[in-house]
Design a protein around this ligand. Structure first.
Ligand SMILES: *[C@@H]1O[C@H](CO)[C@@H](O)[C@H](O)[C@H]1NC(C)=O
Ligand SMILES: *[C@@H]1O[C@H](CO)[C@@H](O)[C@H](O)[C@H]1NC(C)=O
Ligand SMILES: *[C@@H]1O[C@H](CO)[C@@H](O)[C@H](O)[C@H]1NC(C)=O
Ligand SMILES: *[C@@H]1O[C@H](CO)[C@@H](O)[C@H](O)[C@H]1NC(C)=O
Length: 406
C-alpha cells in the first residue's frame, strides 16, 4: 500500500463530477456482475431462473447460481438496518469500529501562479468501539426526540463522508425516521427542491454547509432544526447561521448530550418501512429521490457478504467515497454487518502525495493500512499512472521487470 501511496495523486473527482462517479460505479459493479451471471449461468443453465410471482402473475427471477434460495438477510433476525446495527454492535461491542484522524495543523501554500492550496497535517487514526458508537447513536436518537422531532417528518443528511454521518443515520432508524440523503456538492436549486419535496424538518450538515444554507433559508419552509457537525474551524461558518433566525441551530454533540440526559424508548422500524430517500446527483436536471426500504438495504448487505464471505474484525476498510451514494452506503453497511473497522478519509487526502496532504506527512491509506477499499476506475487509473511514472524514473532493470510483471 505504501509503495503505491508514495506516488499517487488522488484528486480524482475533479472534472468528473457525480455523473463520472455513477458511470464508474456502473463499470466497476455492474459489468463484472453481468459477466459473472453470464459465465456462471452457462455452466448451470437449469438453475438460472427461479419461478416467482410478480404482482400475482407468473414470472422468473434470475439468481446467483451459488445460492439455492433468495438471500435477503445477512443473518436471521437482521431484517432492518436498525436490527442489523444493534445486533452487530452487541456482538462486536469491544472491537474498534469508526476511526477518524485529528487535524494537527493547517497551512496554505501559494503556487507559482498565485493560487492558494490548503495543506493538512493529520494525526493517527483515533478509534471508537462498536459499543461506544451504539451508545452515541442511541443518544442522538433521544436528542432528536427531545428537540421536538415530529412523527411523519424526515431528517436529511447533507454532509461529506465522516463517522458522524453513520452515527446520525443509525440514530434516526432507532426512531423509525426516514433519512433523506443529499450530495454535499449539490447546488441551491437542487437542495431546495429535495428538502421541500420530502418535507424535511431537521437537517444535519457539516459546518461548511451552513453558509450555503443561510443563503437559501427563506426558501426552506419545512425546516425547524439544523444540526451541524463541529469542526476545528467551525467559528467562521457559524457566523452565517445568524441569518437563520427561524431555525434552531444546534451542534451535533449538544444533541447527543441532550439525549444522554433524557433517554427515550426506541421506536423501531420494520422491513417494509422506508429507510432512505436517496437523491440522485442531479446531473440531468433536478435530482430524483429514490425510496429504499430497510429490507432493500439489508438484502444488499447480505448479498455482498456471500461474495466476500470471510470478512471480519481483522479487516480494515478505508471510507472516502460519498455516503450519499448507494455504492459507499452499501459497502459501509457490509463492513458494519461483518464487524470490520472503518477508517474515514477523503479523496483529497488519500495518499502521501495527495493535494491536501502536507509534504512529509502521511496520507489516509499509509496511516490506516486498510485491507479493503472501494474504488472507482478513475482512482485505479491514477494509481496505475503513479506507479508507471515511478517505474519509468527508475528505468533499467526495474522497468524491464515491471513490464514483464504486467
Ligand atoms: C415507521 O414510520 C412510517 C412512516 O411514518 C410508518 O408508516 C410506519 O408504520 C412506522 N413503522 C412502525 C413499525 O411503527
Ligand atoms: C414546495 O412543495 C410544495 C408542495 O409540497 C409546492 O407547492 C411548492 O411550490 C414547493 N416550493 C418550492 C420552493 O419548491
Ligand atoms: C440572508 O438571507 C437572505 C434572505 O434569505 C439572503 O438574501 C442573504 O443573502 C442571506 N445572507 C447571508 C450572509 O447568507
Ligand atoms: C461575523 O459577522 C459579522 C457581521 O455580521 C462580521 O463583522 C464579523 O467579522 C464576522 N466574524 C467572522 C469570524 O467571520
Amino acid at each position: 500500500m505504501e509503495k503505491i501511496g508514495d506516488s499517487v495523486d488522488a484528486s480524482i473527482f475533479k472534472g468528473h463530477g457525480s455523473y463520472g462517479i455513477m458511470g464508474a460505479v456502473v463499470v466497476a459493479v455492474l459489468v463484472p456482475l453481468v459477466l459473472s451471471v453470464i459465465l456462471v449461468g452457462k455452466k448451470n443453465v437449469k438453475q438460472r431462473a427461479v419461478p416467482v410471482q410478480v404482482s400475482g402473475e407468473a414470472g422468473l427471477a434470475i439468481r446467483n447460481a451459488r445460492s439455492a434460495k433468495l438471500v435477503d438477510v445477512p443473518w436471521e433476525g437482521a431484517t432492518t438496518m436498525a436490527a442489523l446495527f444493534e445486533q452487530s454492535c452487541k456482538k462486536h461491542s469491544r472491537e474498534r469500529f469508526l476511526g477518524t484522524r485529528k487535524l494537527i495543523s493547517r497551512d496554505f501554500v501559494t503556487a507559482s501562479d498565485g493560487r492558494k492550496f490548503e495543506k493538512l497535517h493529520l494525526g493517527e487514526y483515533q478509534w471508537e468501539t462498536y459499543g461506544q458508537v451504539f451508545d452515541r447513536a442511541c443518544n442522538f436518537a433521544s436528542g432528536l426526540v427531545k428537540l421536538g422531532h415530529d412523527v411523519d417528518t424526515r431528517v436529511a443528511i447533507f454532509s461529506e463522508t465522516r463517522a458522524e454521518w453513520l452515527i446520525a443515520f443509525q440514530g434516526c432508524f432507532r426512531q423509525n425516521i426516514s433519512v433523506v440523503t443529499i450530495y454535499a456538492s449539490l447546488g441551491e436549486d437542487a437542495l431546495i427542491h429535495s428538502l421541500n419535496e420530502t418535507q424535511v424538518s431537521a437537517l444535519i450538515c457539516d459546518s461548511k454547509q451552513l453558509k450555503k444554507l443561510a443563503a437559501v433559508c427563506s426558501s426552506l419552509k419545512t425546516i425547524k432544526n439544523v444540526i451541524y457537525f463541529e469542526d476545528d474551524d467551525t467559528g467562521s461558518d457559524l457566523n452565517s447561521s445568524k441569518n437563520m433566525s427561524t431555525w434552531t441551530v444546534t451542534p451535533f454533540s449538544e444533541v447527543e448530550k441532550l439525549g444522554k440526559g433524557s433517554p427515550v424508548h426506541p421506536s423501531l422500524p420494520i422491513k417494509k418501512d422506508i429507510a432512505v430517500v436517496m437523491y440522485t446527483s442531479g446531473s440531468t436536471g433536478l435530482p430524483k429521490g429514490v425510496m429504499i426500504t430497510h429490507g432493500n438495504l439489508v438484502a444488499t448487505a447480505a448479498a455482498v457478504m456471500t461474495v466476500i464471505p470471510k470478512l471480519g474484525s481483522n479487516d480494515v476498510y478505508l471510507a472516502y467515497l460519498p455516503l450519499a451514494h448507494v455504492f459507499e452506503l452499501a459497502a459501509e453497511s457490509v463492513m458494519l454487518a461483518a464487524g470490520c473497522a472503518i477508517g474515514y478519509g477523503s479523496a483529497l487526502t488519500l495518499t502521501d502525495t495527495s493535494n491536501k496532504i502536507m509534504k512529509g506527512t502521511k496520507g489516509d491509506a499509509s496511516s490506516l493500512e486498510p485491507t479493503l477499499m472501494a474504488a472507482v476506475p478513475a482512482i485505479l487509473d491514477r494509481v496505475r499512472d503513479g506507479v508507471s511514472k515511478k517505474v519509468e524514473e527508475k528505468g533499467g532493470f526495474a522497468k524491464k521487470l515491471f513490464s514483464i510483471g504486467i
